[in-house]
Design a binder for this molecule. Structure first.
Ligand SMILES: C[S@@+](CC[C@H](N)C(=O)[O-])C[C@H]1O[C@@H](n2cnc3c(N)ncnc32)[C@H](O)[C@@H]1O
Length: 275
């Protein structure tokens, strides 16, 4: 009995060590694509701190398309008493998040759900939320899926709640000389980060695939995403329109760098005279 317990613990510890290392390289990999990712995270937390209706002490926060929990971890670092629900479709990334957070005093509630499924909100353990946050994910949805999702998020927020989407927010088409140069600058930043040791997306996934401790989750990941295709990402203009059509009273682009941005939307705005 004792032998079995210690064997289980060793296997568990092995998986945790693997997860910690893969989440650390995930952070560098994502930063290669989003040069000022940490600045954007900080700004998101500042906005939650100032705008969350229940104040910064114990906000209830939904992290959408959480991946391995990068944003959830930062939320819990800033607001140690927060109630965090972290949603993603990918079983592999959810497992990495769960293992990487295992030593924390307070854990997010991890939920596996497909944001394209109109019934996904039924899988949430609690509602409503003070803030809904998301990074680098909603651009995977089609224009129609995004419009439906924003309407659902409006309904999931408390009356003065806020939505923060830090995402790839490209200019509308047709693209021209400016958008071409913007993309080239983004590429050269990414190349510099990779030369400095960051993985690119494909290399990171190859490392995951080469990890025997995660073989089951990799198989589940492959089955989940088999046949998934992606079209053009919704434009910044479309995000803003979909948020307004979804009912949000105030919608602001509060930060932007090349094609990356941060949209902040308030369910119930307080209009003031223009200055
Ligand atoms: C580039 S990752 C970003 C993860 C994390 N938010 C971050 O900033 O590091 C995109 C995430 O979106 C998730 N995702 C993609 N399509 C999804 C869907 N239909 N429903 C839920 N999550 C989805 C992926 O599994 C992945 O975790």
């Amino acid at each position: 009995m004792t032998t079995q317990t210690s064997a289980e613990t060793a296997a568990d510890q092995g998986r945790r060590a693997v997860a910690r290392s893969l989440v650390a390289s995930w952070e560098r990999q994502q930063e290669a694509y989003i040069a000022h990712r940490e600045t954007r995270f900080d700004l998101m937390l500042d906005l939650v701190e100032r705008l969350s209706p229940s104040g910064p002490d114990r906000p209830r926060i939904l992290d959408l398309a959480c991946g391995p929990g990068s944003l959830s971890a930062r939320v819990l670092d800033r607001f140690p008493q927060a109630d965090v629900v972290a949603v993603d479709l990918d079983p592999l990334l959810l497992t990495l998040g769960r293992l990487d957070h295992a030593d924390r005093e307070r854990q997010p509630t991890w939920v596996r759900a497909d944001l394209r499924d109109p019934g996904w909100t039924g899988l949430l353990p609690v509602a409503p939320y003070d803030a809904i946050v998301s990074t680098t994910a909603l651009h995977w949805l089609t224009d129609e899926q995004l419009a439906t999702l924003y309407r659902q998020l409006y309904a999931l927020l408390v009356p003065d709640g806020l939505l923060l989407n830090g995402d790839y927010l490209p200019a509308g088409r047709p693209w021209g000389a400016i958008t071409t140069v913007v993309r080239e600058i983004g590429e050269s930043r990414k190349d510099a980060a990779i030369s400095a040791g960051a993985d690119d997306w494909e290399t990171w996934w190859s490392a995951v695939r080469a990890t025997p401790e995660l073989a089951e989750e990799v198989a589940d990941h492959d089955a989940t995403f088999e046949g998934t295709t992606r079209g053009d990402a919704p434009s910044l203009e479309l995000h803003v329109r979909a948020l307004r059509d979804g009912g949000f009273a105030e919608v602001e682009l509060v930060w932007h760098d090349l094609t990356e941005g941060l949209l902040c939307a308030l369910k119930t705005g307080s209009s003031s005279p223009e200055r």
